[in-house]
Design a protein around this ligand. Structure first.
Ligand code: SF4
Length: 253
């Protein structure tokens, strides 16, 4: 096992995003949130994933035609001050952050497009995430937020309640939802969270939901709905365009 280095190439794409304008990028690599079936953790098995390492320098130049997706194998909210100063010094223009938003300390609004991951498998994280979203809506109303609701088919009551709460929260604040269906690596996790396995099959090392299926059952886009990779989805590109003209949330008087 080794830890991440403090250097990162700016213009690598993972295979999923190949052929798109999306570039996967991080300001911090590794994460201590320890989410169930974390995609990044699973893909970082050779690395000490739980130890976040701050990127100090990028190799390569910012591609003005690319959309940088910051938060691929780490959470930019781990240290907003570091994230913001790195973004400023690098000169990113077209970017958004993916975050579980477990912290808003040091956030100044510079990262004004966020895809916030809401996790019904972790009640503590879930509550903190939504509290922080409310904080941003109140104090940084120009920040555009998409809720990435992690979804699954479970017979556990509290998981279903939290999924419902996330949907209601999005409705209350008029937030766009992107459903991200959880893939499970371990059979023990299927058992632990009472996952209804009739909706899943084991493909490419994961228990994956059947193609095209929605667990939230609302009219919202689904990440990689038909497993054709980002090229066949492009929600990360198109959703920002769609909400760009939408009015930011303003608290009613
Ligand atoms: S929403 Fe679409 S474009 Fe974004 S990560 Fe998922 S598959 Fe890729």
């Amino acid at each position: 096992m080794k830890t991440y280095t403090t250097s990162m190439n700016l213009n690598t794409q993972n295979t999923k995003a190949e052929g798109t304008i999306i570039r996967n990028c991080d300001t911090i690599r590794g994460c201590s949130n320890n989410c169930v079936s974390c995609y990044a953790k699973i893909n970082s098995m050779k690395t000490e994933f739980h130890i976040p390492v701050e990127i100090q320098n990028y190799t390569g130049k910012v591609d003005p035609n690319a959309l940088y997706r910051i938060g691929t194998v780490g959470d930019p909210a781990t240290n907003w001050s570091h994230t913001e100063s790195l973004i400023k010094s690098t000169g990113f223009k077209n970017f958004f952050c993916i975050t579980k938003l477990q912290s808003v300390a040091g956030y100044t609004g510079l990262c004004n497009r966020l895809q916030v991951s809401v996790d019904p498998l972790n009640p503590e994280h879930f509550e903190l995430t939504l509290n922080h979203v409310e904080y941003l809506l109140e104090f940084f109303p120009e920040t555009q937020i998409i809720l990435r609701i992690r979804s699954c088919a479970s017979s556990t009551l509290w998981i279903n309640i939290l999924q419902r709460q996330a949907i209601d929260f999005a409705k209350k604040y008029n937030l766009t939802v992107l459903e991200t269906r959880i893939r499970f690596r371990k059979k023990s996790d299927l058992k632990k969270y009472c996952i209804c396995d009739k909706y899943y099959s084991f493909r490419k090392n994961f228990f994956r939901p059947h193609k095209g299926i929605s667990f939230l059952k609302i009219d919202s886009p689904i990440c990689d709905k038909f497993e054709k990779s980002c090229k066949g989805c492009l929600n990360c590109v198109n959703l920002w365009k769609e909400i760009n003209n939408a009015q930011p949330y303003k608290k009613s008087a």
